[in-house]
Write a protein that binds this ligand. Structure first.
Ligand SMILES: Cc1cc2nc3c(=O)[nH]c(=O)nc-3n(C[C@H](O)[C@H](O)[C@H](O)COP(=O)(O)O)c2cc1C
Length: 167
């Protein structure tokens, strides 16, 4: 039996197992906002504690995501319109903005991403934002970037879907 519904944290997963005796849990909406949740659940099950993604983790995730998107976009640009990856890129743009929830100053990055007109510009904005952050010498303790990730409620606040083009 698989338990599913409203699992947003490792604690939720453990509670589902304890409550229902299910063999496994399935994660839906929390996964795109917090792709680390599966590792967190494994850690929590094994040790009773789990790591939160740092700002650097988020940066690597966003950058890898966009690099994959751009290379797929490039690889499919000669295909018929319906088969191009660019048609689904707007959705992936939303995902990248969700990853920035929990990053201090992330609202600025989300605004910049929203203004960007091409995939390359989006990636540039991501690089600029995180390079500037890394250059900051003093980061308050509260800005350590540890955050379990955006919750499913953030999915409802997503940016309007926008087409992202290769060039
Ligand atoms: C955007 C979206 C699409 C979904 N599509 C399907 C689907 O095609 N088939 C299905 O059985 N469940 C679908 N679901 C339900 C999920 O599999 C899951 O049961 C539900 O989201 C509850 O889990 P969660 O609280 O972890 O998100 C969908 C849910 C969402 C949010």
């Amino acid at each position: 039996m698989i338990g599913n519904g409203d699992i947003r944290t490792p604690e939720d997963a453990a509670a589902m197992v304890a409550l229902t005796g299910c063999d496994a849990v399935m994660i839906g909406r929390a996964a795109p906002a917090n792709p680390w949740i599966f590792r967190q659940i494994a850690q929590y099950t094994a040790t009773g504690a789990y790591e939160r993604p740092t700002v650097e983790d988020r940066y690597r995730m966003i950058r890898a995501y966009f690099q994959m998107l751009l290379s797929e976009c490039e690889a499919t640009k000669d295909l018929p319109r319906d088969a191009r990856i660019g048609e689904t890129a707007g959705k992936m743009k939303q995902f990248a903005t969700w990853f920035t929830h929990g990053v201090p100053g992330g609202a600025k990055l989300r605004a910049a991403i929203y203004q960007a007109r091409t995939g390359a510009e989006v990636l540039d904005q991501v690089e600029l934002f995180f390079t500037a952050r890394a250059a900051e010498t003093e980061v308050p303790e509260s800005d350590s970037g540890h955050d379990p990730g955006a919750g499913p409620e953030d999915l409802a606040q997503a940016f309007p879907e926008t087409a992202l083009v290769c060039d």
